[in-house]
Design a protein around this ligand. Structure first.
Ligand SMILES: N[C@@H](CCC(=O)N[C@@H](CS)C(=O)NCC(=O)O)C(=O)O
Length: 230
């Protein structure tokens, strides 16, 4: 049964799902959605009117982190979650961290126009990176290239799309990965070399132009609105 995915190449959340499908070698059909001009039928497909959404037989799943866990359960090989319960719990903690803290600070730093607020979100984002370096990959990778060692997991996939979009932070907010983040730097390099990542990678300029409306806070989509208000 082929997976149907509704996606947008600019979207980091959809990027997570595409990477999971590619890592698992799952057959899929992709429908690209123009988020600036969503087709009328999209409201029927996507309850939140966002990408990604997948359809798999009778099942329709949305929310990238949940989709990825669904894919892990339905297509268990190669596994993208550790086997031991305590490590699985840690994986979920880090996926939640990506969701609630890391991603949030990324968007807030970009959407804020007030220099003081930008500074506040830069500090928050920096602290998140240092925490990921020290408590996350630095402790858990055991010398391997990925979060849990020698092979990638849903944690690596939960974070990577924002690292591919780093040119946006560098260009609009003059923000670079701090030198203390040595593990994260090596990890970013290892991830960028994976076949799955290379198969769908976009160049830095693509993201710089696509995120201009976020950086000047003129984006009118649902996601920008929610990030602005929360
Ligand atoms: N929490 C959702 C977020 C998905 C999301 O925000 N997608 C954006 C694109 S990156 C979207 O489709 N936004 C619709 C809009 O802005 O109108 C997930 O993890 O799937």
């Amino acid at each position: 049964m082929t997976v149907e995915i509704y996606s947008a190449s600019v979207c980091p959340f959809a990027h997570r799902t595409r990477l999971t499908l590619l890592e698992k070698g799952v057959e899929f059909n992709l429908t690209e959605i123009d988020l600036e001009n969503k087709p009328d039928w999209f409201a029927e497909v996507s309850p939140y009117q966002k990408v990604p959404v997948i359809k798999h037989g009778e099942n329709r799943i949305w929310e990238s982190a949940i989709i990825n866990e669904y894919l892990e359960e339905v297509f268990p090989n190669p596994p993208l979650m550790p086997q031991q319960p305590e490590k699985r719990a840690l994986a979920r903690i880090w996926i939640d961290f990506a969701e609630t803290r890391f991603v949030n600070a990324f968007y807030k730093m970009l959407l804020s126009q007030d220099p003081e607020k930008q500074q506040k979100w830069k500090r928050d984002f920096l602290n998140h990176l240092l925490f990921m370096e020290q408590e996350g990959i630095g402790k858990l990778s055991g010398g391997g290239s990925y979060w849990f060692g020698d092979s990638p997991s849903l944690v690596d996939i939960a974070f990577y799309p924002w690292f591919e979009r780093w040119s946006v932070l560098a260009h609009y907010r003059n923000f670079s990965l701090p030198p203390e983040c040595k593990h994260l730097k090596q990890w970013r390099e290892a991830m960028s070399q994976r076949d799955s990542v290379q198969a769908i990678a976009n160049p830095p300029d693509f993201y710089i132009s696509q995120y201009e409306k976020y950086a000047y806070n003129t984006a009118s989509g649902i996601t920008a609105q929610e990030m602005r208000d929360s």
